[in-house]
Design a protein around this ligand. Structure first.
Ligand SMILES: Cc1ncc(COP(=O)(O)O)c(C=O)c1O
Length: 378
């Protein structure tokens, strides 16, 4: 089976980790700070700080933004559940706004109607690495005095007009989970230009510890830090980030060209000036001859590691259907998510599937994938 992902760990990563282990300085320290410096420079923000994973990047940032129980945060239903959960963990209410059928990203034209007196922030999610329409989203945010937290957990290397996502909202959050464009196994990063938010985030992720270090604490916080052992992998991966993203994009563009001959397959659309990081390549299937699930099974039978990804959008997940069982429900008036109809996210959920686009794909594997489609759709 051609896997949908293949982590690239080379001798250099192993040596970097070994050297941290030998140094005896295992926890967050100078290697993590080097990773922050390099990643911040790459994304183009003044500040960057590591976290233990992408979810803690999101919760740290949301908490620094002042999200309180009962506050509403507008986000996409078509995402990994961590986007919504990071809001709900803090007692916030995820307000799901439907997506655009071509980009699979939140539809900015629907955001205004979802804004209430309780709305505090917008969390666009650059799904599969495809940038959201940040210009439009920032205009809405400015008009309503809302903060914008970009969930860029899948979008390392994604750009709009040459600017990296993660630098376009007030805060950007990244994940370095084992399948991501660059990885550390588990790991995260928050990027921002806002010094005040940055200072708050440093406290929140480190038990409210003051800048002077030691055992002076000023507020309740968490341990959302990253170990230097982990950061050493990140620093090494940074040397290859451009090359890794370029390879993903090349693979994706080959697929786009190939699928232009098939009416049944509609790739995710990259708008003019937008550049996806192609964390995943996930087209939709429109056919009356074969269902999406049959397509996935047929591809797998041909040795292609295809999958439906978010077949169930967040509002259809038991987590949100059963939100009344969540501890904050005693204090927070949640909507009845079962009444929510978000037809585009449901339709994309039912019609999309992903195929391997990772940078380790070799020519023969790409040929096998294309031959599999030709055979199945013949
Ligand atoms: C869109 C999105 N948001 C948030 C997360 C959470 O990141 P992590 O798994 O590192 O906690 C992920 C991770 O896979 C993700 O894909």
């Amino acid at each position: 089976m051609i896997p949908f992902t293949k982590p690239i760990i080379e001798d250099e990563e192993i040596q970097a980790v070994t050297s941290v282990l030998k140094s005896g300085m295992l926890a967050e320290g100078k290697i993590a700070h080097e990773f922050e410096k390099q990643f911040g420079e790459y994304i183009g923000t003044k500040y960057a700080t590591v976290t233990s994973n992408g979810t803690t990047a999101l919760t740290t940032a949301l908490e620094a933004m002042g999200i309180q129980p009962g506050d509403e945060v507008i986000t996409s239903p078509f995402t990994f559940i961590a986007s919504a959960n990071s809001i709900a963990i803090l007692g916030g209410i995820p307000v799901f706004v439907d997506i655009k059928p071509d980009t699979y990203n939140i539809d900015p034209n629907l955001i205004d109607a979802a804004i209430t007196k309780k709305t505090r922030a917008i969390m666009p999610v650059h799904i599969f690495g495809m940038p959201c329409d940040m210009k439009h989203i920032m205009e809405i945010a400015e008009k309503h005095d809302l903060l914008v937290i970009e969930d860029a957990c899948q979008a390392h290397g994604a750009e709009i007009d040459g600017k990296h996502v993660g630098s376009l909202g007030h805060v950007g959050c990244f994940s370095f989970y084992a399948t991501k464009n660059i990885l550390t196994g588990e790991g995260g990063m928050i990027t921002t230009d806002d010094e005040e938010l940055y200072d708050k985030m440093l406290m929140i992720k480190n038990h409210g510890r003051g800048k002077e270090g030691g055992y002076s604490h000023y507020q309740i916080g968490y341990n959302n830090r990253m170990m230097d052992i982990v950061a050493a992998i990140g620093v090494t991966q940074m040397k290859r980030i451009k090359e890794l993203v370029t390879k993903r994009r090349q693979n994706a563009k080959e697929y786009d060209k190939f699928f232009s001959d098939f009416n049944e397959i509609m790739p995710q659309v990259e708008d003019h000036g937008f550049s996806s990081g192609y964390h995943l390549y996930a087209p939709r299937l429109y056919s009356d001859k074969i269902t999406r699930d049959e397509m996935v099974s047929a591809l797998r039978a041909e040795g292609v590691g295809a999958r439906p990804v978010y077949a169930l959008p967040c509002h259809k997940q038991n987590t949100y259907l059963n939100i009344q069982k969540w501890r904050w429900a005693k204090f927070v008036d949640y909507p009845d998510y079962s009444q929510l109809s978000l037809p585009i996210s449901e339709e994309v959920g039912a019609s999309h599937f992903d195929i391997p686009v990772h940078p380790s794909l070799i020519k023969e594997e790409k040929e096998t994938i294309q031959e599999a489609f030709k055979k199945i759709l013949a």
